[in-house]
Design a protein around this ligand. Structure first.
Ligand code: PLP
Length: 419
């Protein structure tokens, strides 16, 4: 068994044991052992999540909230139990502040349409940054078109960090909303969100943090962050696809109209008019993703069993190792060199298009992502059409990094070893 020492922690982190929790990792791709380094796109699921969802369908499946029969009560208890779990995980004040949505994208669209659209008009500004995912850009562009508000963008430095001076200048009395990624999926930059939030709130803006890449890599405390909204997707945190979370400050959510109409979000319906259910149900129209909520709850329990700080330390050690080893490859250029970064490494290799690199690496069993990473403005900033991106999770090893380096060396030779 390989036990990798984690920095700053007395205990060891038994990555071999962690790997055994993820059945999908135990397979060959094109005859090679699978090396999964596409975790920023989606993480693999531990047995605990697979089993919790399977058990739910075998033993408890029913629709939630409206049934009085035993299965419905079981399903409701599991679904609402998952909400309690998320509340504790984010340290939210109340369970009413946890809205289940399809994912980060839906959470941001909900805020754009239910919070921003009714309130904003010409003269108002929404502030984002140059390193946002399209999910934290396009919903704001849409709401600007709908309301006449203007979208402002905080520039980034060549290292891929937010330009603080420019942020201070762009933030003003017209800024109604500041929406920012906790961690950039394209560059790995960890933004100082507590500091940015304090500054934006002091200027009178509402703050939304896109936590899609935040929650998998560090402990998140929404009370300490003091943000108004925090969004994340379960599937990047070892949970299933199809479910995510919008945390919202209670008084803000109370003041927002529902976004979608349908079952569960109403109190009364008459043709003359309808009235809305209490939080959080006001924002959960229709049958929710029940099994997925159960899976999310199991994923949180799994992460807690390993310890998010220990996962973060393991990933930090791996990232440092990857930067060292990749940095020694001739012709390889990192895209994004922020001082504070999560387990995401973007790069280009001279003479090899990232898409070709992705295909060659796949033949060596190494799964990375190649493309614009839903962050085209970031690609524009660096003047590249795409990058190759390796991203780490709790089950990755130094051996995975070594396999990536070997495969990259092979690709370099294949393309004539330029650079
Ligand atoms: N924001 C960031 C920073 C992301 O990395 C992603 C997904 O890659 C999203 C938002 C969108 O997440 P989802 O597709 O799960 O809604």
């Amino acid at each position: 068994m390989t036990a990798i020492p984690t920095p700053n922690l007395p205990e060891t982190y038994d990555v071999a044991r962690v790997r055994r929790d993820f059945p999908i990792l135990d397979q060959r791709i094109h005859g090679q052992p699978l090396i999964y380094l596409d975790n920023a796109a989606t993480a693999q699921k531990p047995r605990a999540v697979l089993e919790a969802m399977d058990r739910y369908y075998r033993e408890a499946n029913a629709n939630v909230h409206r049934g009085v029969h035993t299965l419905s009560e079981r399903a409701t208890a599991l679904y609402e139990g998952a909400r309690d779990h998320v509340q504790a995980f984010l340290n939210a004040r109340a369970r009413e502040e946890i809205i289940f949505v399809r994912g980060t994208t839906e959470a941001i669209n909900l805020v754009a349409q239910s919070y921003a659209r009714p309130r904003l008009g010409p003269g108002d500004e929404i502030l984002i940054t140059h390193l946002e995912h399209h999910s934290n850009t396009v919903p704001w562009q849409m709401v600007c078109e709908q309301t006449g508000a203007a979208l402002k963008v905080v520039p980034i430095t060549p290292a891929g960090e937010i330009d603080h001076a420019a942020f201070g200048q762009l933030l003003g009395p017209r800024t109604r909303i500041f929406a920012v990624a906790h961690v950039s999926n394209a560059l790995g930059t960890v933004n100082p969100v507590a500091e940015l939030t304090a500054q934006a709130r002091a200027a009178g803006a509402m703050v939304l943090i896109d936590g899609a890449q935040g929650v998998p890599h560090q402990r998140v405390d929404v009370q300490a962050l003091d943000c108004d909204f925090y969004a994340f997707s379960a599937h990047k945190l070892y949970g299933p696809t199809g479910i995510g979370v919008l945390y919202g400050r209670r008084e803000v959510l109370e003041a927002m109209p529902p976004w979608q109409g349908g079952g569960d979000m109403i109190r009364t319906v008459h043709f003359a008019g309808s009235t809305w259910n209490d939080l959080p149900y006001k924002f959960e129209a229709g049958t929710p993703a029940i099994a997925e909520a159960v899976g999310l709850g199991a994923a949180l329990a799994y992460v807690e069993s390993l310890g998010i700080e220990r996962i973060a330390a393991h990933e930090a050690a791996l990232t440092a190792y990857a930067l060292e080893r990749l940095g020694a490859i001739p012709g390889l250029r990192f895209i994004g060199t922020a001082r504070d970064r999560a387990g995401v490494v973007s790069f280009v290799l001279d003479g090899v298009h990232p898409h070709d690199l992705g295909t060659i690496l796949d033949h060596a069993g190494v799964a990375i992502r190649a493309g614009h990473h839903c962050a085209m403005p970031v690609m524009d900033f660096y003047g590249v059409p795409a990058t190759a991106r390796a991203s780490f999770a709790c089950y990755n090893t130094r051996g995975d990094v070594d396999a990536l380096v070997t495969a990259l060396e092979g690709a370099r030779k294949l393309f004539g070893g330029r650079g």
